[in-house]
Design a binder for this molecule. Structure first.
Ligand SMILES: *Cc1c(COP(=O)(O)O)cnc(C)c1O
Length: 403
């Protein structure tokens, strides 16, 4: 028998997909319209909403962020031996999508404060073969885009933002996802806005728009045909099927329309953890997230950095004994089985290796109640560190807008 719930052992889950209300109504409407394939009414509504709100040239829904990254790889027309710089501290897809289309991944370490790629190491890693840099806005906190874009431009390298965490986050008052030639979004059930599995490719350089439509539609010019720009559609380039059903777009549109409501809930949850944990964390030498003044975060996650791996593992076990599911991530990509095939070895990305051991994510989802959060906070405060190692903590500065 299939278990109905993967997390029955836990009273407080790490994540729960939350509905805002109109999802089923919009899906019923899509069915009523008699069109459930890709690029129907709701897909077009999602595109328009993202394009208008973010101010991007083009938004194209995809079946996942992974697929949007693959589309970016195809648009780059990578040749064997081409290199793409990706953080080691990220989800597999950030690197895999480019490797699948012929690139050699070059892993870059992260900054100890935001856990975003360390832009001061870019110059050292760029070679004649570098084609792209893929900044991941970790937890939706912007990477140092001024420096990254300047370095990329001076070497003729394309920037592809993996913005899976960062929809509606801002860097220097400008939306994340609007800096690179492309940016990718995820609507996987663990992200702020969801439709089960889904994603989007955002395009900021109009030179790529038409080919992106073709790649997304199996290598055909069907999009031009629908717009009446050609009188029949045919095979014009390589491509695949990257477009989601309009039923998923209908679900997603309900979520995107309710973005203010969703983000207000997430802000409250993030600030509750912050306000109830900041003193406790300072005393124990546990570090909380750092949000630089010039970044507006979209409240994607709340994490702790424990002094050591042993402390992190002990805390996960302690929370489990209190019925609370907490999780860690990411295993450094340069030390994974695949990463090692590309030459990755211990010591290549020391900050990544350390943070990967120390990081723990607390339960975080739109409908997490204050009562449950209060239980998480009490459980944390009962915990005793197992290590005696006290590392000096750089205390996070909270910007005025979040205080
Ligand atoms: C979730 C995530 C992805 C993958 O998103 P999918 O929509 O599941 O393909 C890629 N990159 C990062 C940083 C992510 O967090």
């Amino acid at each position: 028998m299939v278990a109905l719930n993967r997390f029955d052992d836990y009273q407080i889950h790490f994540n729960r997909p939350c509905l805002v209300g109109k999802e089923l109504h919009y899906i019923a409407q899509a069915i009523h319209f008699g069109y459930s394939a890709g690029d129907g009414v709701f897909t077009r509504r999602c595109h328009a909403l993202l394009e208008q709100e973010l101010g991007v040239t083009k938004a194209l829904l995809t079946t996942s962020c992974t697929d949007a990254l693959e589309m970016a790889a195809l648009l780059l027309q990578l040749q064997p031996g081409d290199e793409v710089i990706v953080p080691s501290f990220t989800f597999v897809s950030t690197a895999n999508a480019f490797v699948l289309h012929g690139a050699h991944p070059v892993f870059i370490d992260i900054r100890p404060d935001t856990l975003n790629l360390d832009e001061t190491q870019l110059e050292r890693l760029i070679s004649q073969r570098t084609r792209a840099i893929v900044p991941v806005h970790y937890a939706g906190v912007g990477c140092e885009m001024d420096a990254i874009c300047a370095i990329a431009a001076s070497h003729g390298v394309v920037v592809v933002e993996d913005n899976a965490h960062g929809l509606f986050g801002k860097y220097r008052n400008r939306y994340l996802g609007t800096f690179g030639a492309f940016a990718t979004q995820s609507f996987h059930e663990t992200k702020n806005f969801i439709c089960g599995e889904g994603g989007a490719l955002l395009i900021n350089d109009p030179a790529y728009s038409e080919r992106a439509e073709i790649i997304r539609e199996k290598g055909t010019n069907r999009s031009r045909f629908y717009r009446g720009q050609v009188d029949k559609y045919t095979w014009v380039d390589i491509g695949s099927s990257f477009l989601p059903s309009d039923l998923l777009a209908a679900f997603l549109f309900a979520q995107l329309e309710a973005r203010t409501e969703i983000q207000t809930k997430r802000k409250r949850i993030w600030e509750y953890y912050w306000n109830h944990l900041i003193d406790w964390a300072s005393v124990l030498g546990i570090r909380l997230p750092i949000i630089p003044e010039h970044c507006e975060q979209p409240y994607h996650m709340f994490y702790l950095l424990l002094p050591t791996l042993d402390d992190r593992q002990a805390l996960i076990a302690h929370l489990k004994s209190c019925g609370i599911l907490s999780v860690f991530h990411y295993l450094p990509l340069h030390l994974s089985e695949m990463g090692r095939r590309f030459g990755g070895k211990e010591g290549d990305c020391p900050v990544t290796e350390e943070m990967s051991d120390r990081l723990l994510r607390l339960p975080f989802y739109n409908d997490l109640t204050e009562a449950d959060q209060s239980r998480v906070v009490s459980a944390l405060k009962e915990f005793k560190l197992v290590s005696t190692k006290m590392i000096p903590v750089q205390m996070p500065v909270l910007s005025q807008s979040e205080a």
